[in-house]
Design a protein around this ligand. Sequence first.
Ligand code: AHQ
Length: 234
Amino acid sequence: MNNWTSDEFAQRLRDVGTAAYHDQHPFHRRMNSGELSREQIQLWVANRFYYQKNLPIKDAILISRCPIREIRQVWIQRILDHDGYGGDPGGIEKWLKLAEATGLAQADLESDRLLLPGVRFAVDAYVQLVATRSWIEGVASSLTELFAPNLMAARLEAFERHYPWIERDALAYFRARLSQAPRDSDHGMSLVLEHCQTRLLQEAAIDALQTKCQILWAQLDAMDNHDPTDTSTP
Ligand code: AHQ
């Protein structure tokens, strides 16, 4: 089979998100229309923390598997964005501030006390995907962020309108993603278009992105199906 042209390949990558990105998940739809309870917001913040704290781990694994120095030099910024660097406390610190603004204690997140099995296994599957597939498939899996800016903007608007009990400053994490996500997805898209030079690699990139969409979707399934007042979670 012959390769897709660059334009056709890029369009097929975008089509994956159009069909399966988690902005369309019922939990996000209810969040963005103001229907979530305080407990459901807390459940989401606590469970998404497990995703957030595993991002730098995932990115460090990707860097360790990428043989091209120039790519590693750029990709390392993602780790600094989350772990913090110099004067910037980083995204994990911002997420902990968001948690406190929802009424959670930082210890609730650090201890994984509220972590649902479905979220744990979905996030661990993301780290495993990057640890076991080629580095360029790992890059392709991060391209869900092509679709993140619209979701971040909708989320910020929804939180300010429907959840005024969360102070605006606590939403700093999402404001930072408005510029970090497009910067990252521009870089990721250019790498995937440049380094997937066979039809086989192009299809592997599509599969990695589809798998990542399912990883994001599965986390919200777990939260959507959990009654936050039910304290019997294992
Ligand atoms: O805050 C998010 C983030 O830093 C990242 C990094 C990127 C990756 O490397 O997979 N994906 C991602 C995402 C973040 N936020 C999610 C959200 O809904 O708030 C979206 C998620 C993504 O689109 O993959």
